[in-house]
Design a protein around this ligand. Structure first.
Ligand code: G6P
Length: 363
């Protein structure tokens, strides 16, 4: 109903604005959750670690695979839940599968869970709905506290999932002794202020997102590019604009441009770059931005305040500086707003995209 939207024109926008509170509540939950040390113990003892999900939850899974692998030095394999069959023969007793699902009811993810469990894997789930099917069948469930999400396109569930999973990756890194004490403290400090980081990103992006939405909504297709920890965030940005504004968007690691996709780039083709706060990735992306610009692309960047990429870009949305592991917290919001305003601009209802369901309980 209108009342439930508390003055916002759509649930999607309301839920985008609820993120500062949602990430903090999720963090408070995690800090007091005795199951986190238990989950860390399972991960330390694990033979192999897998992480899975569908749609937006798969992007959160990929984020955990990247941060966990880098911070804890343990390879973590991510896969889309409907593709679980590939890894099943390689799975045995003592492996761990992390299943990410906000609803806890997605059939593809539930099937992956059941198949891995039958082979003796331990299951950790990350969900936003207490006692839903996936948590009920898991050994351990870590809950996000986003509150109910009504908009079909996931927003606050993604930033809460990634906040929780970044926290888990840090705890794992500390426990295995791979994470430098100073770096661990820095990330934990940033996670502690995740709410204000999201709020700053919202304030910074609001105006420009509207302007860019007008430009992008005129285009039938766009690329969303990044490297490393920015890749799942870029994929999430592309998914959002496909879901609600029906703009065909493709996301891939920027190094691949020259191996095919750049063939499509001509004057004013929109390319959105996610620039993580990491000088190594930034330097590489600088080259990728140049190669796109040289073909006349309309290049937009979301990156840390004062980024070196700024002067090359047609438009730059600055987000607050934080450790690279927090890229989903700092960089996602501008991409959500971009998709939202593009949908509104084209006259679509972002809360009810055509052909899509909030929760897919069939195969
Ligand atoms: C559906 C929704 C997506 C969501 C995906 C996974 O496709 O439209 O927004 O990301 O399911 O949902 P889950 O509840 O498992 O996170």
């Amino acid at each position: 109903s209108e009342a439930e939207k508390s003055g916002y024109p759509h649930f999607m926008l309301k839920e985008i604005y609820e993120q500062p509170r949602a990430v903090m509540e999720t963090l408070y939950g995690a800090l007091n959750d005795q199951l986190i040390p238990e989950a860390v113990k399972l991960l330390i003892d694990a033979g192999k670690i897998y992480v899975t999900g569908a749609g937006t939850s798969f992007h959160a899974a990929e984020h955990f695979s990247i941060t966990g692998t880098k911070l804890a030095g343990k390879p973590i394999i991510s896969f889309i839940s409907s593709e679980y069959d590939t890894y099943l023969p390689a799975t045995s007793e003592g492996d761990v599968l992390i299943v990410v699902s906000q609803s806890g009811e997605t059939m593809d993810s539930l099937k992956a869970l059941r198949a891995f469990k039958r082979r003796g894997a331990r299951i950790i789930s990350v969900s936003n709905v207490i006692d839903s099917a996936i948590p009920r069948e898991s050994h351990i469930t870590l809950y996000t506290r986003a509150g109910p999400e009504i908009g079909v396109a996931a927003t606050k569930t993604f930033t809460t999932q990634t906040t929780l999973l970044t926290y888990l990756a840090v705890r794992l890194g500390e426990a295995v002794g791979r994470l430098d004490v100073g770096e661990g403290k820095e990330i934990l400090g940033n996670i502690g202020s995740a709410g204000s980081l999201v709020k700053e990103a919202l304030e910074s992006a609001e105006k420009l997102a509207k302007k860019l939405a007008t430009a992008i909504s005129r285009s039938s297709s766009a690329y969303y590019l990044s490297r490393g920890v920015g890749v799942p965030v870029a994929k999430e940005g592309a998914l959002k604009i496909k879901e609600v504004a029906y703009v065909h968007a493709e996301s891939y690691p920027a190094g691949e441009s020259k191996h095919g996709p750049i063939a499509l780039v001509e004057n004013s083709f929109p390319v959105v770059f996610v620039i993580p706060n990491d000088s190594y990735l930034e330097a590489l992306l600088l080259g990728n931005i140049e190669e796109m610009k040289a073909r006349g692309a309309y290049v937009v960047g979301v990156g840390p305040e004062g980024s070196r990429t700024m002067e090359l870009l047609n438009e730059f949305i600055p987000v607050p500086k934080a450790h690279w592991a927090l890229t989903p917290v700092t960089h996602t919001v501008p991409l959500q707003l971009l998709a939202y305003y593009a949908a509104v601009e084209k006259g679509f209802d972002p809360d009810k995209p055509r052909n899509l369901a909030k929760t897919v309980t069939v195969e």
